[in-house]
Write a protein that binds this ligand. Structure first.
Ligand code: MN
Ligand code: MN
Length: 315
């Protein structure tokens, strides 16, 4: 019965019904039938502080049943523009070893890449972005728009080079992203060492600290991001801790003084017209989200990213 249901038919049912896939999209059986796959990555084995993001995909799926299809400003329905489905969760086999778990992630996203499907991942801690980036097929290092309170360019922590504070340093070292076409937006919060900030600054990444976001304004930061990545293949990675914990408390390493929900929507909506090859929304940690609002914000951000991906895939 579900196979014959189109995305839009499923979305016309009352939103509280049926299996809560992301945005109530159809379940992906064969990725070749789809343009964009939403994927849950329930893994938080690489956090440096509070765990819980392994529960993110399930709660974001549940909150995403609040989503409706037609975008309020563009009036575009991404589900009309593209074939969009929910590929389920990465089937982890080795959760106690981060590098092995990353191998599981790489295998799953590699299959999607082989089928030519654009990935939209829902984490999970931010370490999941590295194995996803490894599966993006590109002739040269890709551009990155990274929205986060933290640069995630540290070298190692407690003996691990693959924790959620290191993915973008590894991605540069592995030649996956171009540091000169990488912009990190919303960086803030005190640190025990300046290492991550210093690495980003000295390697040519554009680091837009939150103070500068405030002085420049959201739209001019977005304009700078668009011009930095230009027409190069671009990935967007969105850490929910870029938001102020007043709006998104349910995350492992909250930092006050972040984006409001409204500002985050403006920022993402201003990133239109890019050659997007994938995106993720990470670090929603439901155990610290008693009201469920962080999951709702995460689901809404994911919808906005989906709209950008659908516009890119159908242009
Ligand atoms: Mn992060
Ligand atoms: Mn962060």
């Amino acid at each position: 019965m579900t196979e014959s249901r189109t995305a839009n038919q499923a979305m016309l049912a009352p939103r509280y019904m049926n299996i809560p896939t992301f945005m109530r999209a159809p379940i992906i059986e064969d990725p070749k039938d789809f343009d964009i796959a939403m994927v849950g990555v329930p893994y938080d084995g690489a956090v440096t502080n509070r765990p819980g993001a392994r529960h993110g995909p399930r709660e974001v799926r549940n909150a995403s049943s609040m989503m409706r299809t037609i975008h309020p400003t563009t009036r575009v329905n991404p589900f009309d523009a593209c074939r969009i489905g929910d590929a389920g969760d990465v089937p982890f086999t080795r959760v106690y070893e981060p590098e092995a778990a990353h191998g599981d992630i790489g295998q799953f996203f590699g299959c999607l890449a082989d089928a030519g499907v654009v990935p939209l991942a829902i984490g999970g801690d931010h370490s999941i972005t590295l194995p996803i980036l490894r599966t993006i097929e590109a002739k040269e290092p890709i551009a990155l728009i990274h929205i986060d309170a933290h640069t995630d360019t540290w070298d190692e922590w407690m003996g691990s080079r693959y924790n959620h504070g290191t993915p973008f340093r590894r991605a540069i070292e592995e030649g996956l992203i171009d540091p000169l076409r990488t912009i990190q937006i919303g960086i803030r919060g005190a640190q025990t060492s300046s290492e991550g900030w210093a690495y980003s600054e000295s390697n040519g990444l554009r680091v837009v600290y939150m103070d500068e976001v405030i002085s420049l304004g959201i739209e001019s930061v977005a304009e700078e991001a668009r011009s930095l990545v230009g027409s190069h293949p671009t990935y967007i990675s969105f850490d929910i801790d870029s938001l102020d914990p007043a709006f998104a408390p349910g995350t492992g390493t909250p930092e006050v003084g972040g984006f409001t929900s409204r500002e985050a929507l403006t920022l993402i909506r201003s990133l239109k017209g890019l050659q997007l090859v994938g995106a993720d929304m990470v670090e929603v940690a439901p155990p610290f989200d008693p009201t469920g609002n962080t999951a709702l914000v995460g689901a809404t951000i994911t919808y906005e990213l989906l709209c950008l991906l659908a516009a890119a895939a159908s242009s």
